[in-house]
Ligand binder design. Structure first.
Ligand SMILES: Cc1cc2nc3c(=O)[nH]c(=O)nc-3n(C[C@H](O)[C@H](O)[C@H](O)COP(=O)(O)OP(=O)(O)OC[C@H]3O[C@@H](n4cnc5c(N)ncnc54)[C@H](O)[C@@H]3O)c2cc1C
Length: 452
C-alpha cells in the first residue's frame, strides 16, 4: 500500500509526485506517454520556442528601424523544429532525472481506476491510501469537423515541417492568437475566426480591443462574432464556410476551440466520482466526493494552465501530508498570452470587478510614457482596477514583453496591495517594470510621467 498513487505525469501529476516525495510519502506516478505531459511536449514549451523564433524573424525584418542592416530571408522550418525539440529534449531529460532521483515509483502504461483506492496498469494493481487523478486534456474540435490532413489542432501544427502560405485559425483565444502571431511573423497570411464579439474574449475589454488593433496593424485578418459552419479540404487547401455565408480559403485550418478533459473510460464515473461534462468536480481542497481521491490540473474546471497544475499538485501533496495548506485563489493565478504583443493579466477585469465590488476605480498607464517601451518600439498599456479606496483587484497589460511584468502584478494582487503601497516601492529606470510603478503612482494620486 502506497501513500499516493498518481494517474498522469503532466504538470499537475509530476508536481504532486515531487512534493510528496519531498515530504517523505511513498509515491507511484503512472504515465502512459511522456513524463511532462502536454505542457512540455505539446503545449507551453514548444509554442514559446516557436514564438521566440518568430520574435527573431521580426527583429531581422525590423533591423533597419534601429539602424541595423538586416534582412529577413525566410524560415527553415526544420532548423526551427530542431531548436524547439532541443529545448524540449533538455527539459525532458532534466525532469526524468529529477523524478529518478526521488523515491518515486515511475510506472509506464495506461492506468484505470478499478476501485476507489486502486489503479490498474498492464494487469498490475497499485493500491494507494490516496489517489490523485491528473490525466489532463486534449484538443477539442467541433461537431462534424474531423481532424485530418489539412485540418489540424495544435498537436499537429507543432510538428509541421514547412511554413504554409495561408492559414485559417478557428478560435481567437490564447492558443489561437499565439499561433496567429507565430505564423504571421513567419510570413503567413492568417485569418482568425472567433464566434464571440472579440479576440481574447476572456481578457479585459480594453485589452481585447488593443489586441485587435495590434493584429490589424500586423496584417493579421480576423472575423469576430461569426460562427463556423463547415469545412472541406481537397488536394490544394481547405475551404471554410461561416454561418454568415462567407467562405474562406487557405492551405490549412487550425482548430483552436478549447481543450476537453481526458477522463473518458478511465473508471472515474464507475467508481462514483462526481463529474460534470467530463470534468472532475472537487471542493476547494481538491478532494472529490469519493474519500481519498483528489484531482488536479486541466481535468478540474477552471483555468487550464500549467502553473495552476503545479500549484494544485503541490497543494494536494501537502494536504495529504497533513500540512493543511492554504486553498488556492483561482483569481490569483497569473495569465499570460505570449503573442506579439503579449498580454498578461491577473485578478478581475473592470467589468467583473464592478459586478463584484460595486464601486471601483480603473486607470490605464500608456506605455508611450515608459522609456524602455519607447526604446523597444512597443505600444500598449498597464490597466489597474482597484476597489474604491481599496486594494488593487486587477492588473491587465498589453505590449511587447509585458508577460515578464506579471511577477510583480501577482504579488500586488495576491498581497492585496494598495496603490499607495506600491507607489512607495522603487522601480528601476529604465525598465518596462517602471510602468507598473507609474500606474500605481497615478492611482495613488501622484503621477510622475503621466498626464492623469
Ligand atoms: C498549445 C498549448 C500551449 C499552451 N501554453 C501554455 C502556457 O504557455 N502556459 C501555461 O501555463 N499553460 C499552457 N498550456 C496549458 C498546459 O499545457 C496545461 O494546462 C497543462 O499541461 C495541464 O497539466 P495536467 O497535468 O493537468 O495535464 P497534462 O499536461 O495533459 O498531463 C496529463 C498526463 O496524463 C497522462 N495520462 C492521461 N491518461 C492517462 C492514463 N489513463 N494512464 C496514464 N497516463 C495518462 C497523459 O499522457 C499526460 O502526460 C498550453 C496548452 C497547449 C495545448
Amino acid at each position: 500500500m502506497h501513500d499516493i498513487v498518481i494517474l498522469g505525469g503532466g504538470s499537475g501529476g509530476y508536481a504532486c509526485a515531487l512534493r510528496a516525495s519531498q515530504l517523505g510519502l511513498s509515491v507511484v506516478l503512472i504515465e502512459k506517454d511522456k513524463l511532462g505531459g502536454t505542457c512540455l511536449h505539446r503545449g507551453c514549451i514548444p509554442t514559446k520556442a516557436l514564438l521566440h523564433a518568430a520574435e527573431v524573424a521580426d527583429t531581422a525584418r525590423e533591423g533597419e528601424n534601429f539602424g541595423v542592416h538586416s534582412t529577413f530571408n525566410g524560415i527553415d522550418m526544420n532548423k526551427v523544429n530542431e531548436y524547439k525539440d532541443g529545448v524540449i529534449g533538455r527539459l525532458y531529460k532534466g525532469l526524468q532525472g529529477l523524478v529518478k532521483s526521488r523515491a518515486i515509483t515511475y510506472v509506464e502504461g495506461t492506468g484505470t481506476l478499478v476501485a476507489p483506492n486502486v489503479v490498474e496498469v498492464n494487469g498490475e494493481r497499485y493500491e494507494g491510501k490516496n489517489i490523485v487523478l491528473a490525466t489532463g486534456s486534449f484538443a477539442r474540435t467541433l461537431p462534424g469537423l474531423e481532424i485530418s490532413g489539412r485540418i489540424m489542432t495544435s498537436d499537429q501544427a507543432l510538428t509541421l515541417d514547412y511554413v504554409p502560405a495561408s492559414v485559417i485559425i478557428l478560435g481567437g483565444g490564447v492558443i489561437g492568437v499565439e499561433f496567429a502571431s507565430v505564423w504571421r511573423s513567419f510570413g503567413v497570411e492568417v485569418t482568425v475566426v472567433e464566434g464571440l464579439p472579440n479576440l481574447v474574449p476572456a481578457e479585459d475589454a480594453a485589452v481585447s480591443k488593443a489586441m485587435e488593433r495590434a493584429f490589424r496593424k500586423r496584417g493579421i485578418d480576423f472575423k469576430v462574432g461569426v460562427r463556423f459552419q463547415s469545412a472541406a479540404q481537397d488536394a490544394d487547401g481547405v475551404t471554410v464556410t461561416l454561418e454568415s455565408g462567407d467562405t474562406l480559403r487557405a492551405d490549412l485550418l487550425l482548430v483552436a476551440v478549447g481543450r476537453g478533459p481526458r477522463t473518458e473510460n478511465l473508471g472515474y464515473e464507475a467508481q462514483g466520482i462526481n463529474m460534470d461534462r467530463g470534468f472532475v468536480l472537487t471542493n476547494d481542497r481538491l478532494a472529490t466526493n469519493v474519500p481519498g481521491v483528489f484531482a488536479v490540473g486541466d481535468i478540474v474546471p477552471g483555468l487550464q494552465l500549467a502553473h495552476r497544475g503545479f500549484q494544485q499538485g503541490i497543494f494536494v501533496a501537502e494536504e495529504i501530508a497533513g500540512l493543511a495548506p492554504q486553498s488556492i485563489d483561482e483569481s490569483g493565478i497569473p495569465r499570460v498570452t505570449y503573442s506579439e504583443p503579449e498580454i498578461a493579466s491577473i485578478g478581475y477585469t473592470e467589468a467583473q470587478a464592478k459586478e463584484k465590488y460595486g464601486e471601483i476605480e480603473a486607470y490605464e498607464y500608456n506605455l508611450g510614457g515608459n522609456g524602455k517601451s519607447q526604446i523597444l518600439g512597443t505600444t500598449g498599456f498597464i490597466k489597474l482596477v482597484r476597489q474604491k479606496d481599496g486594494p488593487v483587484v486587477g492588473v491587465h497589460m498589453i505590449g511587447s514583453r509585458v508577460g515578464e511584468l506579471i511577477g510583480e502584478a501577482q504579488l500586488i494582487y495576491n498581497w492585496e496591495a494598495y496603490p499607495s503601497e506600491v507607489a512607495n516601492l522603487i522601480h528601476a529606470h529604465p525598465t518596462q517594470n517602471e510602468a507598473m510603478g507609474e500606474a500605481h503612482l497615478a492611482l495613488a494620486g501622484k503621477p510622475l510621467h503621466a498626464h492623469a
